[in-house]
Design a protein around this ligand. Sequence first.
Ligand SMILES: [Zn+2]
Length: 254
Amino acid sequence: MGADPWVLSHTTWKTVRGTDYEIAVLPWGATEAHNLHLPYGTDNYQAAHVAAESAKKAWAAGARVAVLPMIPFGVNTGQLDIRLCINMNPSTQAAVLGDVARSLESEGINKLVILNGHGANDFRPIIRELQPTCGVFICTVNWWNCVDPKPYFDEPGDHAGELETSMMMHLAPNLVSPLSEAGDGKAKKFKVAGLREGWAWAPREWTRVTEDTGVGNPAKATAEKGKKFFDVATTLIGGFLVELAAADLGKMYE
Ligand SMILES: [Zn+2]
């Protein structure tokens, strides 16, 4: 058996045919600019690492979890004027998710967790549409907000801010440029009050909102903060996977 049979990309058929996998986890990221100091793959690194570590913890508790290869493109319709941001429309995501879920269904794996790593990916309406015609129970987790970040960061930020920068300093420090090279992530707010206050919503035109593509100041980021948040988030998600693996899909309500 491979060293980490919960990561499908590292796993052979010899292991797979001998393992009664109960849940698949699909990390889903984005390819986009992250201020001047973090790489385009930031959301992908985070989603893949959070998925793998959560699955490792769940596996240690007896749950048989398979983390599928990460999908690297997210919804980036507001960043089409930023070079090499790659957009995948929600309708394409629906088609991809449907194919993945139906593959699992025909193979007898009936639980799928999307581990989302990008704020503009919203799988809820996609799941609502897919669920009635698919025998796989599908749910979605945004890893960055399953734990309240406030106790862990001075100013978590929205995009390439203190939270994401700290996570990347912990997970992939060789890919993080010195903070002295980062912009301050200053973002303009909507003039219209309802949109500014967040109870009305419209997507933001990114290059009109921020000059360095960041939203949130990364200045106080540290690898230690990232490690703490990573540990607490993966422990929570790992526990969720254990509970979901044991859940009877016919008896999901109290
Ligand atoms: Zn990000």
